[in-house]
Design a protein around this ligand. Structure first.
Ligand SMILES: *Cc1c(COP(=O)(O)O)cnc(C)c1O
Length: 364
C-alpha cells in the first residue's frame, strides 16, 4: 500500500474500500450489484436514510436544517448558492482566501451582485483576513473554511449578522463545528467524506426561496429537499461509499476522535518543517491548515526562503517515491509541496514522511 497524501480525491480507510468492492459484486446479499440497484428501491432508501442520519448525528445538525446529497461537485454550488439565495436587488458578501473562493466569487458575479469584503490575494493567499465588516444588508456572507491549495484554515467562524455560507469541501468532519452558526454548508465529498460524485449540502430551511428567482429545478434546493435527494437519479455508488466511511468515523468515536487525530498528525509535520533546515512553511503560523500543509524547500544557508534548485526538488521527490509516498507535489498554481492530512490518513503514514524529510536533511 502507498502513503497517499493527495489533495483529492482522497484516500479512504482500507476497510471502506474492501466493503465497497464487495457491494459491487453483491450488495447486502440481494444478488445485485450496488451499481445496478434501483435508486427507488427499499434497499437504497435505507442507504440514503442511514447516510443522512449519520451526517446529522456526527455534526449534531439542528432539526430546522435539511441535508441534501447532490451531484455537480463543490463547483456547482458556486452557482447554486447565488441562484437560490441572492435576490436581484441585493449584494452578496464574499471573503477571498484562495482559488476556490475566487471561483465562487466569479460565479456569483455572473448571477448577481457580489462584493469582496476582504482578500489575502496580495500576499499570495498566505493568511486569513481578520479585519472586515460584513454589510448588514448583504444577502449572505460566503467563505471557504479551509483553503485546499494554499494551506490556510479558519479556526474561528466569521461573525456575521447575515446568513453565513461555508465551502467546507476540504475540512468538513475534520473538526467540531456548530452548525447553528451557518445558513448553508456545502462540501464535495471527495476531500474528506467519500469518493467523487456526491456533494453534501446542509441548509437552514428558512433560506429556501430567498432569492425569489425562477431557477431551473435541477438547481433549486427546494426541489431536492422536497424529494429527499431523489429529485433525479442520485450518485448511488458515491452515496453508498460515503455511508461506509461515515460508519467508520462513527465507530471510531466521531468528530471528537478524528479532530484530535488530525491535530496530532498535523503537528508532527509542522514540527518537522520548522526544525528541518531544508524546508519552510508558506502560510501564516496562526492560520496553518491541519488538512492541507504547504511548504517549500530552501537553501541550508539561508534564513529566508531561498528556493533550492530544481534537481534538489526532484532528488527529494525520488526519495519520497522510493518510500511509497504519493501526492505531495504542490498545486500547479502554488508550487512547492502540499501534504494533505485528511481523516483517513494513518498516523503511521505521517511518520514515514517525517522520517524521509529527516533522512533528506542528513544526506543533502
Ligand atoms: C476541491 C474543492 C472545490 C471543488 O470541488 P469540485 O467537487 O471539484 O467541484 C471547491 N472548494 C474547495 C475548498 C475545494 O477544495
Amino acid at each position: 500500500m502507498k502513503h497517499n497524501f493527495g489533495a483529492g480525491p482522497c484516500l479512504l480507510p482500507p476497510e471502506v474500500f474492501a466493503e465497497a468492492s464487495q457491494a459491487v459484486l453483491d450488495f447486502n446479499d440481494t444478488g445485485l450489484s450496488i451499481l445496478e440497484i434501483s435508486h427507488r428501491s427499499e434497499e437504497f432508501e435505507a442507504v440514503i436514510e442511514e447516510a443522512e442520519a449519520l451526517v446529522r448525528s456526527l455534526l449534531d445538525i439542528p432539526n430546522d436544517y435539511s441535508v441534501m446529497f447532490l451531484q455537480g461537485g463543490g463547483s456547482q454550488q458556486f452557482a447554486m448558492i447565488p441562484l437560490n439565495l441572492l435576490a436581484e436587488d441585493k449584494t452578496a458578501a464574499y471573503l477571498d482566501t484562495g482559488i476556490w473562493a475566487k471561483k465562487a466569487i466569479q460565479e456569483a458575479a455572473k448571477i448577481g451582485h457580489a462584493e469582496v469584503i476582504a482578500s489575502s490575494a496580495g500576499a499570495s493567499y498566505s493568511y486569513i483576513p481578520k479585519d472586515f465588516i460584513v454589510p448588514t444588508d448583504a444577502a449572505y456572507l460566503h467563505y471557504t473554511s479551509n483553503n485546499t491549495v494554499y494551506g490556510t484554515e479558519w479556526f474561528e467562524t466569521p461573525k456575521s449578522s447575515v446568513p453565513l455560507v461555508a465551502d467546507m469541501s476540504s475540512d468538513i468532519m475534520s473538526k467540531q463545528i456548530d452548525v447553528s452558526d451557518f445558513g448553508l454548508i456545502y462540501a464535495g465529498a471527495q476531500k474528506n467524506l467519500g469518493p467523487a460524485g456526491v456533494t453534501v449540502v446542509i441548509m437552514k430551511n428558512e433560506l429556501v426561496g430567498l432569492s425569489g428567482r425562477s431557477i431551473p429545478k435541477i438547481f433549486d434546493y427546494n426541489e431536492h429537499i422536497k424529494a429527499k435527494s431523489l429529485y433525479h437519479t442520485p450518485p448511488v455508488f458515491a452515496i453508498y461509499v460515503m455511508l461506509l466511511n461515515l460508519r467508520w468515523l462513527k465507530r471510531l468515536g466521531g468528530i471528537a476522535y478524528i479532530s484530535n487525530k488530525n491535530a496530532i498528525k498535523a503537528e508532527m509535520l509542522y514540527d518537522e518543517i520548522d526544525q528541518n533546515p531544508l524546508f519552510i512553511g508558506t502560510s501564516a503560523r496562526e492560520d496553518r491548515s491541519r488538512m492541507n500543509i504547504t511548504f517549500l524547500m530552501r537553501d541550508k544557508m539561508g534564513g529566508s526562503a531561498f528556493l533550492k534548485k530544481a534537481d534538489d526538488k526532484s532528488r527529494f521527490l525520488k526519495l519520497v517515491e522510493d518510500n511509497g509516498i504519493v501526492g505531495i507535489n504542490g498545486h500547479r498554481s502554488a508550487g512547492g509541496f502540499r501534504v494533505s492530512n485528511y481523516n483517513a490518513l494513518p498516523i503511521s503514514s505521517m511518520k514515514v514522511l517525517v522520517e524521509v524529510m529527516q533522512e533528506f536533511a542528513r544526506k543533502y
